[in-house]
Design a protein around this ligand. Structure first.
Ligand code: GLU
Length: 439
């Protein structure tokens, strides 16, 4: 069974890039009937908060992507400690004592000699006596993972194809700080092993981490999940914009964007499939294939999201918005083609229930409207009233086209543009229509 996870740090709210990562993992799990886990990477206890964790849960729920399970790294510290012990016994991790200043100096010396600033592994030469001395001085070690050319360094990426890292050109990563806190790398691997994660989809900023983590899975004697690294999102202008880091669910919600519109756009950005105005998850899940993602950056265009939202609403059934609109089903069906957000639909409410502000009418139309009222009064009112009315008026007055329709439209709905009048007139009703035509 496929198991995917979305692993945000609860140190902030989700932005559109995170939402996309969550979506890709959710789609992958849903497509295969698998499980989707929310893993809160809260090892940074100073910056992680329950409020951010809750906002992440709320955002996923709003998006209709509630996880099948939730895990928290802060609850798993004992497990990380135990694995660290095993890895230490096998020589895959080691203690080091250099201060940040010492490490910085080493880097500068190497750079000054034109060499890559890779950690020299001086700590590997420490003897038991050295460790005892540091300890007696009250110095606490940090831990590094020992990269090795003997451990695997390549993987077949679900999106990028064959990938590898050159273990010899990288510093052994610090995995645990001297104060005992964990960096992201090793706990993530331990979690993926313990939680049976089979597929990890994340941003391409993690590619090097994956190479290092391949070595960690091997050091634990466990198979690695399959990895896919999605190209990053850019703004509409193709640039990596700061704004993308701040747009998230609360902004989508404030702007009247529907969750399905967010999903419909983000599921297809950067893929070979077109963005389509779907009204449910099913077609997105059905068509999803991680292999459709390309390596080029994907453009996130807010204007495109708004247009997509409108076209989705144009096809959205009343049942889907029933709790959020005061319009009846026939009223909703009449106006949904003319709205950009569900809230927009309320602007039509008074057109159905009255009163509306009497529109400005040129004097030459007043008599025409009075005549229209008389004609309407003489007709039997029903589904065909609009065509009956306009036909009769055309014959009687000789008006046609805009001169015929515009004054009627303006008097009946208070604006020059809007939904199909043939649908609107029966919903406005006979009495209200007569009243509006008579001004
Ligand atoms: N907490 C990490 C991040 O948000 C998780 C990366 C991963 O998916 O492994 O970048």
């Amino acid at each position: 069974m496929i198991v995917t996870r979305f692993a945000p740090s609860p140190t902030g709210t989700l932005h559109v890039g995170n939402v996309r990562t969550a979506l890709l993992n959710w789609l992958l799990a849903r497509k295969q009937g698998g499980r989707f886990i929310l893993r809160l990477d809260d090892t940074d206890s100073a910056r992680s908060t329950e409020a951010f964790a809750q906002s992440i849960r709320d955002d996923l729920a709003w998006l209709g992507m509630a996880p099948d399970a939730e895990e928290k790294q802060s609850a798993r510290m004992a497990r990380y400690e135990a694995v660290l012990g095993e890895l230490a016994a096998a020589g895959h991790v080691y203690r080091a004592y250099e201060t940040p200043e010492e490490l910085d100096l080493k880097r500068k010396v190497l750079l000054g000699r034109g060499l890559p600033p890779v950690y020299d592994r001086a700590a590997l030469t420490l003897t038991d006596a050295d460790h005892a001395r540091f300890e007696s001085e009250g110095r606490k070690p940090h831990w590094r993972f020992r990269l090795s050319v003997d451990l695997p360094n390549q993987w077949d990426d679900l999106i990028r194809g064959e990938c590898h890292i050159d273990a010899a050109s990288l510093s052994d990563p610090v995995i645990r700080r001297a104060d005992g806190s964990w960096l992201y790398m090793l706990p993530s691997v331990i979690d993926d092993v313990d939680m049976g994660v089979t597929h990890v989809v994340r941003g391409e900023d993690h590619v090097t981490n994956t190479g290092i983590q391949m070595q960690m899975f091997a050091a634990m004697g466990k198979p690695a999940p399959q990895f896919g690294h999605a190209a990053l999102l850019t703004g509409a202008d193709g640039a990596l914009s700061k704004r993308l880091g701040s747009i998230g669910v609360s902004e989508f919600r404030d702007r009247g964007i529907e969750p399905i519109a967010v999903k419909a756009l983000l599921a297809r950005l950067g893929t070979s499939l077109p963005v389509e105005p779907v009204t449910s998850d099913a077609p997105l899940i059905e068509a999803f294939d991680i292999g459709h993602l390309g390596r080029a950056t994907a453009r996130f265009d807010e204007a495109e999201l708004e247009r997509l939202n409108a076209s989705i609403l144009h096809q959205t059934d009343h049942a889907a918005v029933a709790g959020r609109t005061s319009l009846s089903e026939p009223q909703w069906n009449a106006v949904r083609g003319n709205i950009a957000t569900v809230a927009d639909a309320e602007q039509w409410k008074l057109v159905f229930t009255g009163p509306i502000a009497p529109p400005d009418m040129p004097a030459e139309d007043m008599a025409f409207l009075a005549e229209a009222a008389d004609v309407l009064e003489s007709l039997s009112f029903g589904a065909d009233s609009w065509s009956d009315l306009t036909k009769a008026l055309q014959e009687r007055t000789g008006r046609k086209g805009k001169a015929l329709f515009m004054p009627l439209r303006r008097a009946l709905i208070g604006r020059d543009q809007g939904p199909d009048m043939a649908t609107m007139l029966p919903l406005i009703g006979r009495d209200q229509a007569l009243q509006r035509l008579r001004g």
